[in-house]
Design a protein around this ligand. Structure first.
Ligand SMILES: Cc1cc2nc3c(=O)[nH]c(=O)nc-3n(C[C@H](O)[C@H](O)[C@H](O)COP(=O)(O)OP(=O)(O)OC[C@H]3O[C@@H](n4cnc5c(N)ncnc54)[C@H](O)[C@@H]3O)c2cc1C
Length: 466
């Protein structure tokens, strides 16, 4: 087994994979297109965050980073739904505070992972963009920012270079990977709610002015994922530890409203005044941020093949980019990193077999979370404000309490457990059918026949392993 491994991409997944492989004794070289964010800053200083759930925590635990990241993470108990009339309600994610998700800064997380990779012995080369691969000579070709070429011999290379992977393009030139990208007809724009003390007092409603005078840090409830569901579009906001929130506006590309007609900061202000009125006074730089920040593209990447014999393998978004509506892209990529490190560590001499086994284990799970993430968009932007949806969610919680270990809400299986995504998906379909059957024609929980519910669950759902 070749103990030398080259990784392309030191983003979240690449840096974790580098850490885990170096900790297992591999000689790891990593090539990253960007400059070192610990010296040059991350993403121009914008604070972007992500939701970290159990699968992601597991990867960090295995790498020994749980405590360091724990200090940076903000707990989110549930969705704080902001209705059009301005009232808010918290829909808890789990049973109690043992079932929550966490907001972490993408930059801080990436930097902690880079530190960990280097501490474990990985060598990271920044400012090196993969430009091509000479498969015959087993040499990767990189260009630095000045366009200076560099060649690196790499008998085994792992591509963690994200959705637009250059290694994937180089692999495709050698063998068809069966690549298919399905764009979502919606995009996104990131905005910011600053910490309360940084919001001009004159724009604040009176209650918030008083909180500002009192010295409160956050302009909204910090321990929640805020969401403004508006049918075909929505806004969300996740807290940052220093008191700000990263706001993401999701809109269709075409249609009304859509990015085709919400084009300028002034258009965005008008949209917020109409649809997200309670958020508007909290976003003082709305116009500037809307005009300056790029409009992000979303979609799902499917490949039939993730590896080229024992020589190259894709992981994370490079293999299976998904839409962000389950908050699982990074969490899923961290599972990839853990699985790959274990497989390579245990593979006696056969990288090709380890790569094939990696795809056999991970691909059904990547396909399952891709499908669930797409479904979750409809749930977030639309159903959370819908009465029959809320009845089904209430029933789901009741059944979870009646039949623990047998009826477990799909969101819980995805978010709070490490059950394979494919199992969560399959059981979720069965559970949905049960919920639809039990709640058909009902308007309140006490109308549901619980004895019938017990029978359906016992018949259709085997107990889960502990
Ligand atoms: C709006 C949005 C919100 C999201 N929210 C969440 C969330 O809440 N929870 C969650 O789990 N996931 C979330 N995700 C998904 C998550 O961001 C990705 O799944 C995750 O970043 C994938 O990590 P990665 O390392 O595979 O790829 P990336 O993070 O894209 O990293 C790729 C790295 O490779 C480098 N690179 C690229 N090309 C080259 C090249 N040619 N040569 C060398 N280096 C290169 C890049 O500079 C980068 O550092 C979200 C995604 C989006 C778009």
């Amino acid at each position: 087994m070749n103990r030398e491994i080259t990784l392309v991409g030191a983003g979240l997944v690449g840096a974790l994979a580098a850490t885990l492989l170096a900790q297992r004794g591999f000689a790891v070289s990593v090539f990253e297109r960007r400059q070192d964010p610990r010296i040059h800053g991350f993403l121009g200083g914008r604070s972007i965050n992500l939701a970290l759930a159990e699968r992601g925590w597991h990867g960090l635990r295995v790498a020994g980073l749980q405590d360091r990241i724990g200090q940076l993470a903000v707990m989110m108990r549930g969705r704080m739904v902001h209705h059009l009339d301005g009232h808010t309600e918290l829909l808890r994610y789990g049973r109690d505070d043992s079932q929550v998700i966490w907001s972490v800064s993408r930059g801080a997380l990436n930097m902690a992972l880079l530190d960990a990779a280097e501490a474990a012995g990985a060598r990271i080369h920044f400012g090196q963009r993969l430009a091509g691969m000479d498969w015959k000579g087993s040499a990767l070709q990189f260009l630095d920012d000045a366009g200076t070429p560099r060649s690196h011999a790499a008998p085994v290379v792992i591509g963690a270079d994200g959705a637009g992977s250059a290694l994937r393009a180089a692999m495709t030139a050698a063998t068809a990977l069966g690549e298919r990208f399905e764009p979502l007809e919606h995009g996104y724009k990131e905005l910011e709610i600053p910490k309360l003390s940084d919001i001009p007092a004159a724009t604040l409603p009176p209650a918030l002015s008083r909180q500002q005078e009192r010295g409160d840090l956050f302009a909204m409830e910090p321990n929640a994922l805020h969401i403004w569901p508006r049918g075909n579009y929505m806004c969300i906001a996740l807290p940052n530890a220093e008191g700000s929130f990263t706001v993401t506006l999701f809109l269709p590309n075409a249609g009304n409203p859509g990015f085709a007609n919400v084009r300028t900061g002034a258009d965005a202000r008008a949209l917020f005044a109409r649809d997200f009125a309670d958020a508007l006074p909290l976003i003082p730089d709305l116009e500037r941020d809307f005009d300056a920040n790029p409009t992000g593209i979303l979609g799902t990447l499917y490949l039939d093949r993730w590896h080229l014999h024992g020589r190259a393998l894709l992981i994370g978004d490079a293999a299976h980019a998904i839409v962000p509506f389950h908050g699982q892209g990074m969490n899923c990529g961290f599972e990839d990193a853990v699985e790959l490190a274990e497989l390579l560590h245990n593979a006696a001499n056969d990288t090709a077999a380890a790569f094939a086994e990696f795809q056999r284990r991970r691909k059904p799970n990547a396909d399952a979370i891709a499908a669930m993430a797409l479904e979750n968009y409809v749930e977030m932007r639309d159903s959370v404000a819908d009465a029959s949806f809320l009845l089904m969610r209430a029933l789901e919680r009741q059944l979870a309490a009646r039949k623990p270990g047998r009826f477990v809400p799909r969101y819980w299986m995805v978010t709070f457990s490490r059950l394979p995504y494919s199992v969560a998906f399959r059981r979720g379909e069965i559970q949905s059918a049960i919920l639809r059957e039990l709640s058909a024609g009902k308007t309140a929980l006490d109308q549901v026949d619980l004895a019938h519910a017990d029978r359906l669950i016992d018949e259709r759902l085997a107990p889960l392993p502990n």
